[in-house]
Design a protein around this ligand. Structure first.
Ligand code: AGP
Length: 609
């Protein structure tokens, strides 16, 4: 769970490495470092803390070089400290690593028995030690890396320098992402695309077991068998500015505001307003497969799991198939009843979440059809799936997921229509009505965003609350869960999401005059029931913040604050209700002065189980 970058080219790379690390900080930010080949020696600068600390160090102790590697860390083995920060340099070898070496303890024991001196508490140093031993025994750089990997178990993306072959950089991966960038004056390697987007849009995704050997004017990718591989070059359409804050104070704020555009990008080219058809060819869901399905299982984590809960409503309604939703971390440890007639949908913004990937492998073993819903082109999830539905939200940098979530809901909506039509559960006419509502949605999202100042004022009033309760029903119950998750992860206020009907079975005991209750009140089936639940809160002096598409008297009488959202179909309403949840959490966090984009203890992409 770290960000890594490497450069080999014709210009000094220190600024480029630091800039790349800035774009990778969302992957971890407890320490950072670089190693640069300077006059045939490797110079390392690393320290605990965020990137600004490294920048200060680099001002005090500058380095220069054409070949270099960098790392931003999220600790897994050994607490954040200068000594545990990467790169780890042992003898002539310097290494940056993302992942976990699972057998590092026995390897460490062996190394100590051999008389090696271990300096840090990290698993990564073991890799550097192993490679160094190989080099000392006379192996070439490539041989040393290959031999060392033979004894390593676990996951890794590694970028490695060798003082004895200073004009070469080696990158290898297994279950951790790594992408090569082909710039006009350099070759780059990084954990993720935004880190190199300012320099090139031509990239190559490395696969598990592959090794890239980069020099100033050529590169070679070898498979695990040591044979050279021809790799496809992908053209990335993301604009570098899309990966910047573009004038907003925080990435999260920018990403909240990007949602109408992200939603359009997600449905664009996939629908016909005139015929009601939906086109999702990349899902590879053939007619025969769809006809054979007897069950759908959705697996995801965190916010993506909440999208899955909404997806259950959509898929059951439009497709008439039973749908289960499970957390990645739970799914793989039960014995799920799935087979070749099961469609397993894996939802992951990053496509690198370890628990979701593990759940995918479980589904694969049992023969389910694996469909990835992901935002990241070429992510591990996508590469291992049978079909894909990209969300096209663009890079999401804020740790709190926002546009990834609403675009996941759009993807699930499209998928439900697609399968529903093929199963004959909905007609093209009905699908067309759904599509026309979808096309109107971005404007309504703009209107929901237009309540920003009202929401900010409400946030100011409640920013010092100790706890929050979020209530919702039916398809909007997951939005209550999502609202609570957003608030707790960025403001550190304790918050719980609850199905409103369950309140009387326990959480009602929490309610007093200090408890703000955010109620998602949708017109339609459960409106009256929600009003009753709000009465119950009012009777115990709780404060009600209602988010509703129905501003009638009967609602306004009961609330302390009302955030209006435009009306739409019940199946798209969760997308509109989500926006006030995000803005409320955002403004509360800003009033409390927390680190909105990089909340404590969290990382954007959870690549460890
Ligand atoms: C949400 O705001 C979180 N940062 C987190 O719950 C996230 O959704 C979860 O870790 C799953 O990530 P993924 O979608 O990349 O798999």
């Amino acid at each position: 769970m770290c960000g890594i970058i490497g450069h080999i080219g014709r210009n000094d790379c220190v600024a480029l490495l630091v800039e790349g690390l800035r774009r990778l900080e969302y992957r971890g930010y407890d320490s950072a470092g670089i190693a640069v080949v300077s006059e045939d020696k490797i110079e390392v600068r690393r320290c605990q803390g965020k990137l600004v600390q490294l920048e200060t160090l680099l001002r005090d102790e500058p380095v220069q070089g054409l070949v270099g590697i960098g790392h931003t860390r999220w600790a897994t083995h050994g607490p954040p400290s200068d000594i545990n920060a990467h790169p780890h340099k042992i003898g002539p070898i310097a290494v940056v690593h993302n992942g976990i070496i699972e057998n590092y303890l026995p390897l460490k024991r062996q190394l100590l028995e051999m008389g090696c001196q271990i300096h840090s508490e990290t698993d990564t140093e073991i890799v550097a030690q192993l490679i160094n031993n190989q080099v000392e025994a006379g192996a070439s750089f490539e041989e040393a890396v290959t031999e060392s990997l033979q004894v390593i178990e676990g996951s890794y993306a590694l970028v490695i320098l060798n003082e004895r072959e200073p004009d070469k950089l080696i990158a290898v991966r297994k279950e951790s992402p790594l992408v090569l960038g082909l710039a006009s004056d350099a070759f780059l390697v990084a954990s993720d695309i935004p880190a190199i987007l300012g320099h090139t849009r031509e990239v190559i995704f490395l696969e598990d077991g592959e090794m890239a050997i980069l020099s100033e004017d050529s590169f070679e990718v070898r498979g695990a068998d040591g044979e050279t591989r021809e790799k496809e070059v992908s053209h990335i359409t993301w604009n570098p500015v899309m990966a910047e804050k573009a004038g907003y104070t925080h990435f999260m704020e920018k990403e909240i505001y990007e949602q109408p555009r992200a939603v359009i990008d997600t449905f664009r080219g996939r629908i016909s307003e005139s015929s009601g058809e939906v086109f999702l060819d990349d899902t590879n869901l053939g007619d025969d497969l769809i006809q054979s399905l007897n069950k759908i299982v959705i697996v995801a984590c965190g916010t993506s799991y909440h999208a899955g809960l909404v997806g259950k409503f959509l898929l059951e309604t439009f497709c008439g198939l039973p749908v289960e939703v499970d957390l990645g971390s739970e799914f793989r440890y039960r014995d799920p009843i799935i087979n070749s007639q099961t469609l397993q949908i894996l939802i992951s913004q990053s496509g690198e979440t370890a628990d979701t990937l593990a759940a995918m492998r479980e589904g694969s073993k049992k023969g389910a059809f694996l469909l990835a819903i992901s935002n990241v082109v070429g992510s591990s999830l996508v590469r291992q799936s049978d079909g894909v539905l990209y969300t096209h939200a663009g890079p999401e940098i804020g740790v709190a997921s926002t546009k990834a979530f609403t675009t996941q809901l759009v993807a699930l909506y499209l998928l439900s229509l697609y399968i529903g039509i093929k199963l004959g559960k909905i007609s093209l006419k009905e699908s067309q009505e759904c599509i026309l509502e979808l096309v109107k949605l971005p404007k309504k999202m703009e209107a929901a965003l237009g309540e920003d100042q009202l929401i900010r004022a409400i946030a100011r009033e409640y920013a010092n609350a100790r706890d929050f309760l979020y209530l919702g029903r039916g398809i909007n119950y997951p939005i209550a869960l999502e609202g609570a998750l957003k608030l707790k992860e960025i403001s550190y206020i304790h918050a719980e999401g609850y199905a409103a009907g369950e309140m009387k079975h326990g959480p009602i005991a929490l309610i007093d005059e200090h408890m703000p209750v955010v109620a998602v009140v949708s017109r339609g089936l459960t409106f009256e029931k929600m009003l009753s639940n709000m009465e119950e809160v009012k009777a115990r002096q709780g404060k009600i913040i209602a988010v509703s598409d129905n501003g009638g008297e009967e609602l306004l009488d009961k609330v302390d604050a009302h955030i209006p959202v435009p009306a739409t179909t019940p199946f798209l309403a969760p997308i509109l209700f989500t926006i006030p949840m995000q803005l409320l959490a955002y403004h509360v966090a800003v009033f409390r002065g927390t680190d909105v984009d990089q909340p404590r203890n969290l990382a954007k992409s959870v690549t460890v189980e």
